[in-house]
Design a protein around this ligand. Structure first.
Ligand SMILES: Cc1ncc(C[n+]2csc(CCOP(=O)(O)OP(=O)(O)O)c2C)c(N)n1
Length: 355
């Protein structure tokens, strides 16, 4: 949690894990699970950056490195039945949601075996089976989608939550305000999860928004809201569990602002002229993967050998995912217009062929 006295989120999970040695293997296993999920995201993305430079992955690439605790912690509070909406910085959310790494890597390559059949790529990861509804390139674009999904769930009487991840930049968009207003008015089961990494591309939050207390904006719509330390996976999990339960009970939407930081550039095309290297280094001291590894080691919940073994198995998983993607197939050119909609409902080529 942040220092702010008005923060929410039960301290129960961290406290229990802190005394994990005495609490038994279940807590150790949970801690290792959280670490493993964060390491999977970190190593997957490091490999993606490498493959991007090599030309195997093309288009845009926005890395989540530094922010892993948010997706991993929050995802623990969500069930298979819940919907997820994310932004173009969504590889971490997709992995934490359970989309197989090989299918995700194939998607990055644009191969047919990808989770979106290679049609989405890095920015538009989509997997209906996992109720993972993007991957949205438009800043703020996921918010009204999440509200619509929540409304559909309510109309179908499904006891689900829709979790919507978005950046601090989205808070300045009209869609943010329209979505929060409607969700509050109709008491829809939406969990608004803001990943405040301080920057929207090269614009620092306080240069673009008059009110930098983002939770205050949600409260203005009478949505319960608070700020959480987004570098602490246990704090993220505890806070999300608490509000997800309330949303599931029908108490209406909730909002959490996770204070986090991206260690890499906005995308692969960014000279990072808008922030000091010293600032990046300061935040790196709070690296969620390193900090949580240290925490597990200090409490003797894992050994150095366990960490080495975990890294080795993740490295194998990444290697196999790359192999799977490389061996994947390209969609044939004749399928190019498949699923491309026209006002007449048929691809122009098919319509022309019939004429
Ligand atoms: C409506 C819209 N305006 C502008 C852009 C260009 N753009 C892409 S990413 C981005 C920054 C968004 O920052 P934030 O929401 O904080 O997310 P972050 O990239 O920090 O995760 C902008 C302005 C866009 N994609 N969509």
């Amino acid at each position: 949690m942040t220092d702010s006295s008005d923060t929410i989120g039960s301290p129960a999970a961290p406290a229990v894990l802190d005394s994990g040695a005495a609490e038994g293997p279940a807590w150790r296993d949970h801690g290792v699970h959280l670490l493993r999920e964060m390491v999977r995201i970190r190593r997957f993305e490091e490999k993606c950056a490498e493959l991007y430079s090599a030309g195997s992955i093309r288009g845009f690439l926005h890395l989540y490195i530094g922010e892993e605790a948010v997706a991993v912690g929050a995802m623990q509070a969500l069930g298979r039945e819940d919907g997820i909406v994310a932004t173009y910085r969504e590889h971490g959310h997709a992995l934490a949601r359970g989309i197989a790494m090989d299918r995700l890597m194939a998607e990055m390559f644009g191969k047919r075996e990808g989770c979106s059949r290679g049609r989405g790529g890095s920015m538009h990861v989509f997997d209906a089976q996992s109720r993972f509804y993007g991957g949205n390139a438009i800043v703020g674009g996921g918010l009204p989608i999440a509200v619509g999904l929540a409304l559909a769930d309510r109309m179908r009487r499904r006891p689900c939550v829709t979790a919507c991840f978005f950046g601090d930049g989205a808070v300045a968009e009209g869609e943010f305000h329209e979505s929060l207003n409607l969700a509050a008015l109709w008491k829809l089961p939406v969990l608004f999860l803001c990943e405040n990494n301080l920057y929207a591309m090269g614009t620092r939050l306080d240069r673009a928004q008059s009110q930098v207390d983002l939770a205050a904006k949600a409260r203005s719509y009478l949505i319960p809201a608070d700020a959480v330390d987004g570098m602490d996976v246990l704090a993220v999990e505890a806070a999300t569990r608490q509000v997800a339960d309330a949303v599931r009970r029908g108490e209406g939407p909730a909002f959490l602002e996770f204070r986090t930081y991206r260690f890499r550039a906005h995308s692969m095309f960014d000279a990072e002229l808008y922030r000091e290297k010293a600032e990046v280094e300061t935040w790196k001291k709070r690296d969620p993967v390193k900090a949580f590894t240290a925490r597990l080691l200090e409490r003797s919940l894992v050994t150095d050998g366990d960490i080495t073994a975990l890294e080795a198995s993740v490295s194998d998983e990444v290697g196999l995912a790359v192999q799977f993607a490389e061996q994947g197939t390209w969609e044939p050119v004749e399928d190019l217009l498949k699923d491309v909609y026209t006002p007449g409902g048929r691809p122009p080529a098919a319509a022309a062929g019939e004429a």
